[in-house]
Design a protein around this ligand. Structure first.
Ligand code: ADP
Ligand code: ADP
Length: 228
């Protein structure tokens, strides 16, 4: 589903954020991208949804070369990718329901579809009872659930999360990771960039480790780090 061949990213100014990355992520996988701050995790994610272009190399998504994609085709790529961030990025004046519905309005779903899908996806993330709450009335974990519902409502091929538990306490982080795992078990490919070492070690999923922009490890059922 995702393939990278010789991908490097050098930012203007000369900093090499990613260096010669080669990898494949198949449909249905759950993959952690780990590494210290500055390792290139966010850059990796930005390349996936074409917020950034690689300096060198090719990236394929569902067999399409997204590095050569025309600008007018980028929205179609982004519809296939659901994204959540550390800081949730919800619309503060909208309720949980409205935040999720808005993602469907943007892709011009019908009112009927929206009224059917939004309650289903809120149920799936365990937030039906908070549908009418605004973000300021929700805990951090609940806000991330809304963000997950919004990312899932258009049925993306892959769910991408950039430090999804970075603003959450340990128990809430666990709940969100378990939810990501459930989402994956129901068929969505999941890619999570994180430096939550204990969570990664406990989940035993595929681990891609970045270090100063290089892919230094790729392990099935891996841990955060092989160091003691
Ligand atoms: P991580 O998510 O692992 O912390 P990033 O991908 O954010 O890593 O950053 C990798 C490196 O690229 C860092 O040294 C960072 O400072 C640099 N970087 C990230 N974004 C930019 C940018 N827009 N311009 C210049 N340098 C950047
Ligand atoms: P957490 O410990 O996960 O951060 P909180 O203590 O913030 O959780 O919230 C606990 C519960 O109280 C949650 O169900 C949340 O929705 C609710 N809550 C928090 N702040 C408000 C608020 N300002 N108005 C209404 N409900 C709130």
């Amino acid at each position: 589903m995702i393939e990278m061949y010789g991908v490097s990213k050098v930012y203007p100014g000369g900093l090499t954020a990613l260096k010669d990355i080669n990898l494949k992520i198949s449909r249905g996988e759950f993959v952690f991208i780990v590494g210290p701050s500055g390792a290139g995790k966010s850059t990796f994610i930005k390349l996936l949804f074409r917020e950034e272009l690689p300096t060198k190399g090719q990236i394929f998504f569902n067999g399409k070369n997204i590095t050569r994609m025309r600008n007018r085709d980028i929205p179609f790529l982004r519809r296939r990718i659901g994204i959540v961030f550390q800081d949730f990025r919800l619309l503060p004046e909208k309720t949980a329901y409205e935040n999720v519905a808005f993602a469907m309005e943007v892709v011009e779903a019908s009112g009927k579809e929206i009224r059917k899908k939004v309650p289903q996806v809120l149920e799936r993330v365990g937030l039906s009872h908070k549908a009418d709450a605004k973000p300021s009335e929700l805990s951090g974990g609940e806000q991330q659930r809304v963000a997950l519902a919004r990312a899932l409502v258009n049925e993306p091929d892959v769910l991408v999360a950039d430090e999804p538990t970075g603003n959450l306490d340990p128990d809430t982080s666990w709940d969100i990771m378990k939810l990501l795992s459930d989402i994956n078990k129901r068929g969505t490919t999941v890619v999570v960039a994180t430096h939550a070492r204990e969570l990664v070690n406990a989940m035993r999923k595929r681990v891609l480790q970045l270090d100063k922009g290089r892919l230094v490890r790729d392990e099935e059922r891996g841990v955060y780090s092989n160091e003691a």
